[in-house]
Every structure is written in C-alpha cells, then in structure tokens.
Write a protein that binds this ligand. Structure first.
Ligand code: AMP
Length: 501
C-alpha cells in the first residue's frame, strides 16, 4: 500500500526516466529530473528539522512549482502554494493561519515575500534543487509518514474575509487519482493540457495522473485562454489529447467558434470539466465540432479532493437543459439531505453532502469553520462519522442522476473562481467612507455587483480594495443607493436588491 504520492513518481522515474513529465513555456522536466530535484529539495527541508509542517511555495506558475510540491511531499511535509499575484493583505492573512516556518521561492521573488508578515526561513529554488541528496534521510521521513498525513493545503475564499485552508491527505489524492486513471483509462501515452492554477484543486487531476501513469502535462500559457485560435493550435501542436478545464475556459472557445479554424479531431480524445455549471449551449458547440471526444462533467468542492460525482455525457441535450453532475465516484457516498436532515425522496431538493476517503481533514487552524461544514452524519447515530456539507442544492432526475441547482449561501463562481461575496463586503466595509454595502452576483451578465449607501465611483472603490482582494473579486458594477433596503429582520434586503440588478 502506498502511503505517499511520491512512490508514484519513483515508479514513473524508474520506468520512463527521460520522458517529459511537465512542460511549461520555457522548459521541460523529465521524470528523472523531477525526482532528483525534488529529492534535493526534500533533503534540505528535512535538514531544517521539519516534519508534517507547512511549506509555502511562492513562485510563478511553471514546472519548478511542481518540483517544489514533490520536495515537500518527499520530506513528509505538506505544501501550500501562494499565488504571486495575490494582494499583500491576503497573503498575510494566509500566513497568519498557516504559521509556516519555510518558504520555497526564487531569488527574484524573495524580496517581495520578505515584505510580508513572515519571519521564517527560505529555500531558494535555484540552489536547493541541485543540493546533495540524502536518500537515507528521505527514506526515514517516508517511513515515519502515513497516508492520512497532509499532502497540501489550498486556500479558498472565506466569508469573514479570512481565507480557509482546505487540508487534503495523501490517501485522498491516491484514492481520487486511482479512480481518475481507471475511469478515463489514462496511460503514459496521454498528454494533458493544464489550465488550472496550482492553487486551484482542478490541477490535482493533471498533476497526479501524470505522476502515476507517466503521462505528460503541458502547462498552457495563461494568455492563450484569451485567444481561442492560438489555444487550439497549441493543443494540436503539442498533441494534447486530454483537457480538464473550468467551463469558463471551454465557453470562451465555443463562443468564438475557433473550431472553424483549427481541426482537433484525431487529436483531442477527452474533454473533462469541473468547477462550475457547464451550459449545454456551449457544450453542444464542442460536441458538434468534436463528436468523437469523451465529455465528462465532474463536480465537487476543494474539500472533497476536487470531485465526488461525475457524468460521462452519453445522450443529446437541448441548449437550455441542465447537464447532470451525475453519480458518485467509486468509494464515495453522496447524501442528499432535506431541511430535516432526511434523505430526499422523488424530485425533492436537498443539500449535497459527502461521505468517504476524499474528505478533507478540515480547515487548517480553524476549528470553528471546520465544525460548521464537517459534521456528524445525521443518518448514523452509532459511531462518529464525518460528512461534508457542500452548501450546494441538488435534486435527482428521472435517470437517478444528480442535477446541480444552486447554492444555499453567498458563495459564487465567477469565471471559474470560488468567491464568498462576504469577503468582498468585508474589504469594502473597511473603507472609512462606507457605512453599508452588499454584494450580489448577476448571473446573466456574469458581474459582481456592489450596492452601497452614498456616491462612490467603481474605479475609486476598486483601486482602494485592490490591495485587499484578488483582481477577480473586484466588483464589475457599483450601484449607489440613497438608503439600503432593510427587511423585517433588520437585515439588508437582498431580495429587493436583486430586483435592481
Ligand atoms: P471549488 O472548491 O473551487 O472547486 O468550488 C466548489 C463549488 O463549485 C461547488 O460547491 C459548486 O458550487 C461548484 N461546482 C463545482 N463543480 C461543479 C459542476 N460540475 N457543476 C456545477 N457547479 C459546480
């Protein structure tokens, strides 16, 4: 039994040492290079006395980030990537939660990180990845580690303004990737085209399927996602046969009909997607131009290791029909519970809850938020058993497949990003000029709309809060009101505000 994902890398490096594992815009890393550089980093991490501790990776997206992740995993510590474009105050909040003692970064980025609230030590990637490897130390660390030790912590938006660190173990990733590689028959002949940032959990599928099977992942340059024709040309040139993207990325391609210029039939074999609703309108464009491709809708939050249900598209859908999120993955149980915490019957709507190995251990260093979402299974009064309450409202269709309907709370998905509207409200409220504000999401126009009392320009607000929240959270529209509508409970009347969208 494998207790650490790095055993996959050892196997692939033994079998296919000179094959490219990961390729970015500038360079490629073979399985052997990935293994030896990660082991060099691991040796340095172990020599700092760290075991089961967070290792922050603060680097531009590229193959070196993945080498760093593996360095942390070989040393039996867990990695947490911090996006280099994240505003300082948010980085500091993450550091407060994580309390890391070690950051892997580059010489060029070290100074920026030193300006944050961090007093721990650094490993400079360029030096550390060529340091001496001490195999015996790595073996000793791996022998101490067990499969329920953490592999990574990914931070997601938190409603109170403090990002939540979702913890995931080696076991959860091993279980998930075993399912992915079996279900989609992934082998070393396959090539992935990675879209997901490494701080977003969709990337787990690309990274670990590659490590396990000896496939190759091409890290697609971000700018191509705004240029559909060059994007498809890139897929063709690199002979990428599998993509796992957020629907927003697939929609851009469908909208501009790039397929008329680039023929991917015979190249692309699998189009998998996850992270938000995939509209059939755009999926039908993909299906029309590439009818022989396997399409699959995966569903799940970061808290259950990327995905927990799936639907392999096997019938026609009208443009306005919803695409099912399907059925549970192997070794995963889905409970759809109504407000009385009972399983729903017929077409009743309920909250999707998950049971199984895929569950996160909870939010790092945050027992309150953990207790809210990770709760005792109400259907099991006999032994302690945790389920994760996703906050997603769903129902079953006539085929016994699950249909995603909406959220129970104020979490949204905007261009593939998971955002708690409360986090934006907290940032805006911190401005001295603001007395009351409220954020809503305009689904139709795909805009974050900020309502506030008083007259303030959108450009002014966005400039002021751009140091507090990432760019993708900045409101796309600001509506100034003389008086905020208040409901009978004395709360901001969101129903009334919705009418103003
Ligand atoms: P994240 O943690 O960023 O992966 O976001 C998880 C949330 O995204 C879920 O709780 C859903 O609200 C939404 N989501 C993920 N996958 C899908 C899907 N296939 N269809 C609809 N919504 C989805």
């Amino acid at each position: 039994m494998k207790a650490n994902v790095t055993y996959w890398l050892d196997e692939s490096a033994g079998r296919l040492p000179d094959k490219a594992a990961f390729v970015d815009e500038e360079k490629a890393v073979t399985f052997r290079e990935l293994q030896s550089r990660a082991k060099a980093l691991a040796t340095q991490i172990i020599e700092k006395g760290l075991f089961k501790r967070p290792v922050v990776v603060y680097m531009e997206k590229g193959v070196d980030v993945l080498v760093s992740f593996m360095g942390a995993a070989y040393s039996c510590n867990f990695y947490s990537p911090i996006d280099v474009d994240m505003p300082a105050s948010r980085v500091n909040k993450i550091l407060e939660v994580l309390e890391p003692e070690l950051v892997i970064t580059t010489a060029a980025l070290k100074e920026t990180f030193e300006s944050y609230a961090y007093r721990g030590s650094f490993l400079l990637f360029e030096e550390a990845c060529h340091a001496e490897i001490r195999e015996e130390k790595i073996e000793a660390a791996r022998a101490r580690g067990i499969d329920t030790d953490l592999l990574y912590v990914l931070f997601t938006s938190g409603s109170t303004g403090v990002p939540k660190g979702v913890t995931i173990t080696h076991r959860s990733v091993i279980d998930y990737i075993d399912w992915v590689t079996e279900t989609f028959a992934i082998t070393d002949k396959d090539s992935f085209g990675n879209q997901a940032p490494f701080y977003f959990d969709n990337s787990i599928l690309d990274i670990y399927s590659t490590l396990k099977t000896g496939a190759t992942t091409y890290i697609i340059p971000k700018k191509l996602f705004a240029q559909p024709v060059p994007l498809l040309e890139y897929l063709k040139k690199k002979e990428i046969n599998t993509i796992f993207w957020v629907p927003s990325a697939l929609i851009v391609v469908a909208k501009l009909k790039a397929f008329r210029n680039v023929d991917l039939s015979g190249t692309l074999q699998r189009v998998l997607f996850c992270g938000e609703v995939m509209p059939n309108k755009q999926l039908n464009v993909w299906r029309k131009f590439l009818p022989d491709v396997l399409y699959a809708n995966l569903y799940g939050p970061t808290e259950i290791t990327d995905a927990c249900t799936y639907y392999i598209v096997n019938r026609e859908f009208a443009d306005d029909e919803p695409l099912p999120i399907g059925v549970p993955m192997a070794n995963t149980d889905i409970l759809v519970l109504n407000e009385q915490n009972e399983p729903v019957s017929g077409e009743e709507i309920g909250e999707l809850c998950v049971r199984g190995t895929s569950l996160s251990m909870g939010y790092y260093n945050n027992p309150e938020k953990t207790k809210e979402a990770f709760v005792q299974n109400p259907l099991n009064p006999f032994v302690p058993e945790v389920i994760y309450r996703t906050g997603d409202l769903v129902k079953y269709n006539e085929y016994g497949e699950i249909l995603y309907l909406s959220r129970k709370d104020f979490q949204i998905k905007h261009m593939g990003h998971r955002i708690e509207l409360g986090e934006i409200e907290t940032a805006v409220s911190s401005l001295e000029e603001i007395s009351l504000c409220c954020c809503l999401y305009d689904e139709k126009r795909q805009k974050i709309v900020l309502f506030l009392e008083g007259e303030l320009e959108k450009s002014y607000i966005n400039q002021r809060i751009s140091g507090l929240v990432p760019e993708y959270m900045l409101p796309g529209k600001v509506i100034s009101l003389e008086k905020m509508p208040i409901n009978a409970n004395g709360k901001i009347d969101r129903v009334k505000l919705k009418e103003l969208l």
